[in-house]
Design a protein around this ligand. Sequence first.
Ligand code: UDP
Length: 239
Amino acid sequence: MKIGQPEKFIIDGKRLDGRKPDEMREVKIQAGVLKRADGSALVEWGGNKVIAACYGPREVHPRHLAKSDKAILRCTYNMAPFSVSDRKRPGPDRRSVEISKVTRLALEPVIFTNLYPRTTIDVFIEVLQANAGTRCTGITAASVALADAGIPMRDLVPACAAGKVGGEVVLDLFDIEDNYGEADLPVALIPKNNEITLLQMDGNFTKKEFEKALDLAIQGCMKIYELQKGALRERYGGE
Ligand code: UDP
């Protein structure tokens, strides 16, 4: 069911789903959910449900894609037809090609690809249920799946978006805010060295709003980072 444009996005300091402007939706992360993948993760983030599966390092097909000095990373983002209210046509489209690419660019800098020349590391991201913010959910899931597969990495890559609705900067848009809001700013980063590996922007911010949104998204990423580590701790123990 599609809900029309709301008159107001924030009433008495609360958003339409009851959250405060700087509040994130509830996020649950589970590592190692698929038996046949080398590594996997399930992330439930508000109304999003996303599974990531990682395979490799393994032989590259087609062979000509192999690099003699490092592993290649391939990321495939796919949205299930039943994941959204208006059925999505199955198969790749411009949006999924774009998200697959930015996901790879977000994750590549943390992977020690030089350790596995002539191989590929493949990551599949399946969106089972979507409610805005699926690229951030996918990147979050993928980096836990990579870690679960035992791929040597410098750090995990958490992701989170901030946006603007009803003239106010808010954290982590849900679908009504995403559909009718004024801006969306998905961010992914490497916490260890504060390096941003994904920064996209949809809509308009003033410079001040942009700075506030970026700040908020970074804080969101740091919360996600803790949950990612918690999921791996849960599966493998340790600190
Ligand atoms: N969406 C949809 N149908 C589509 C693509 C997207 O209903 O074919 C919805 C879905 O809920 C998604 C949201 O629009 O999460 C926002 O999509 P966007 O491209 O901004 O990416 P996301 O915010 O999911 O990273």
